[in-house]
Design a protein around this ligand. Structure first.
Ligand code: SF4
Ligand code: SF4
Length: 626
């Protein structure tokens, strides 16, 4: 195709205008990201790149969350990728290069054939997405139809059609080909202008959010407050977010990346049970703040003050988000800011007071725990023992959950493990940290870190995923990094595999299993695989609930919500127990003290107290030979 000098000049002007119109809002957002606290992380580079390839190039999370819409998006994304070279080639030719960048030989024809195949698939994908968004209209996408989505979808469809016509139907020397090429180019320019002004900026920013996101869900950053340091500057005395610019750069980047797909909306237990918290709207509200008044005080904006206290930190939103957004992190950072100013829900007051005075959330006397451990002959961790059994507050104090501690002890004894418990264990501070009281958390953590470093175990095993997660967090605060934290289900599976623990497999009942968020979602695949293997070994028949494994539904207790009142909507544990009851199972198995308590309470409220709730360790004990 021949182009005149005037055509080349017009093309150059159009390009400069489009790039200018792109850069103005784009750089505005980049400056906003730079206003955030901390840095963007790029440690563990190899793992980050591998994850990026999996999640971005192969569209792993996009497809896993919603199969049909996920595939449709993936097809459009892959078409975009292969179109890049072909588009560059078209521009080169319009600027006068006779061979473009792909040449005129066989390779270019071959490449055009590949692009055409992707164009057809992308066309199918975009038609499906148009039908879904504008005719099916799932509630997660919101009440109002998005007009920019309509324009962008039309643009994409148009680009695919004009490409196929230009490459395979039209004569390259004809006028129709030239008009088609110009229309194609003008649509691309319009696209470039629309992108930074709409949610379609995710096309670019998600490349960065998925790269920079933490490896762990809701990875809270330690503050390491030193109140005795007289040289401490303002940064050292930072206690939590009071202004929106106190939130991290990554959070600000996330707010501009949200594609408004509503997967977080679909999966949030707080939203589902009718509370104000809607993680999607939370992110969109943050975006609004950063585009308008980023220096504003958080407490001056009532779109945030209530909802941040409704999050259970279950991570369902973050886990499902296709563009790597972490919603609970800014909520916890805001809680820190509120607590630093002594503003928090009244229900948190006893939690803080009890942790401060007796080192456990319910104000039990530490001597109660010592008596329980002595009466039941728990061995003390001493000498050169390697395995430390972290019993946890519920395991030491709660009458019902003490049965789980005894059951797990029986299994350890039956396996011949040389283990011990700490007689002076105090709460890990999980709830204090998630409730935003970093100072109290740090106080508890420092004591535990000192005790644990002195005890020097190789392995800490616990029945509580919340304790384990918090103990893992201690490693950023001075706990020896070599200590392995392992949940009792994983540890018991190892004991079975190495032949130390033998079961008779004769428990004959139907059991449904409730996956704990901090085990199934926060940890790797073992977190949901091992509990099921263990149940299988006992002989029970497993009846799975609809929401399970990594997509499990929260019990409502995490994020310190065990200690708060659910004042809005219905109870999260009620929603969950209804689903568990629907399985028709006779018993419910759990693997977390919080879950066990919530599910038991929920079943009681629903008049289903005849459905026993047992920890997996208790079911394993029933399967011990003899
Ligand atoms: S962590 Fe759970 S409760 Fe909190 S916003 Fe996300 S989905 Fe909702
Ligand atoms: S935060 Fe993520 S999951 Fe939620 S609407 Fe935005 S892109 Fe979708």
């Amino acid at each position: 195709m021949q182009t005149s000098v005037w055509e080349k000049i017009i093309l150059a002007i159009l390009m400069l205008v489009a790039i200018g119109l792109f850069l103005q809002p784009f750089l505005h957002r980049v400056k906003r990201v730079a206003m955030g606290r901390g840095e963007l992380h790029y440690d563990r580079l190899g793992e980050r790149i591998a994850r990026w390839i999996r999640e971005v190039l192969f569209q792993g999370t996009v497809i896993a969350g919603r199969t049909n819409a996920g595939w449709a998006h993936a097809l459009v994304f892959w078409a975009f990728c292969v179109f890049l070279l072909e588009t560059a080639d078209l521009f080169a030719r319009m600027f006068g290069s006779p061979v473009g960048i792909l040449g005129n030989g066989l390779f270019h024809h071959f490449y055009q054939a590949i692009v055409a195949v992707f164009a057809v698939f992308a066309l199918g994908g975009i038609i499906y997405l148009i039908i879904r968004r504008f005719y099916i209209r799932p509630p997660a996408l919101g009440d109002k139809p998005s007009y920019t989505s309509a324009v962008v979808a039309d643009f994409i469809a148009y680009l695919m059609v004009t490409y196929i016509l230009g490459a395979f139907v039209m004569n390259e020397e004809g006028l129709a080909f030239k008009i088609n090429a110009w229309l194609h180019i003008i649509v691309i320019m319009c696209f470039i202008v629309i992108i930074p002004r709409s949610k379609h900026l995710h096309l670019l920013l998600s490349l960065f959010t998925t790269f920079f996101k933490d490896f762990e869900l809701v990875a809270i950053k330690p503050l390491n407050i030193d109140f005795e340091d007289e040289d401490a500057d303002e940064e050292d005395m930072y206690l939590g977010a009071e202004k929106f610019t106190d939130l991290g750069k990554y959070t600000i980047l996330c707010s501009f990346t949200c594609v408004e797909c509503g997967r977080c909306w679909d999966n949030c237990p707080a939203r589902i049970t009718g509370k104000q918290l809607d993680p999607k709207q939370f992110m969109l509200n943050l975006r609004d703040v950063y585009l308008t008044e980023p220096e504003r005080e958080i407490s001056a904006d009532d779109r945030f003050s209530e909802v941040i206290w409704q999050c259970t930190t279950c991570g369902a939103c973050t886990f499902q988000c296709p563009v790597g957004i972490d919603h609970p992190l800014p909520m916890l950072e805001m809680r820190r800011g509120y607590v630093a100013n002594s503003v928090f829900p009244d229900a948190m007051r006893p939690l803080f007071d009890n942790l401060e005075s007796t080192g456990n959330p319910w104000n039990y006397q530490p001597t109660d725990a010592a008596e329980f451990l002595a009466e039941n002959e728990f061995p003390e961790f001493e000498g050169d023992k390697k395995v430390l059994y972290w019993v946890g507050c519920m395991g030491r104090f709660d009458d019902y959950y003490r049965k789980v501690s005894i059951a797990f002890k029986k299994l350890l004894d039956a396996s011949g493990v040389d283990y011990g418990v700490l007689l002076d264990e105090t709460c890990t501070g999980d709830a204090a940290r998630r409730a935003g009281n970093e100072f109290l958390f740090q106080m508890l953590a420092e004591g535990n870190i000192e005790t644990l470093n002195e005890a020097n175990p190789n392995v800490i095993v616990s029945t509580c995923p919340h304790c384990l997660r918090t103990l893992e967090e201690y490693k950023e605060m001075g706990l020896k990094k070599e200590i392995r934290m392992v949940h009792h289900t994983e540890y018991l599976m190892e004991l079975i595999n190495d032949g130390s623990l033998k079961l008779n497999g004769k428990v004959s009942t139907d059991v449904t299993y409730h996956d704990a968020c901090y085990l199934s979602r926060y940890s790797d695949d073992k977190g949901y695989i091992d509990p099921r293997h263990l149940l299988e070994k006992t002989g029970v028949e497993l009846k799975e609930p609809e929401r399970r494994k990594r997509k499990s539904f929260c019990c409502g207790a995490g994020g310190a919500m065990l200690f708060a009142e659910e004042t809005e909507g219905t109870r999260i544990d009620h929603e969950r127990v209804e689903e568990l009851v629907r399985t028709g199972a006779l018993e419910c198995a759990t693997s977390c003290p919080f879950c066990q308590l919530m599910i038991r309470d929920g079943l009681g409220d629903k008049g289903k107290e005849d459905m026993p709730v047992k920890d997996i360790a208790e079911i394993l004990v029933e399967s011990l030979p003899g």
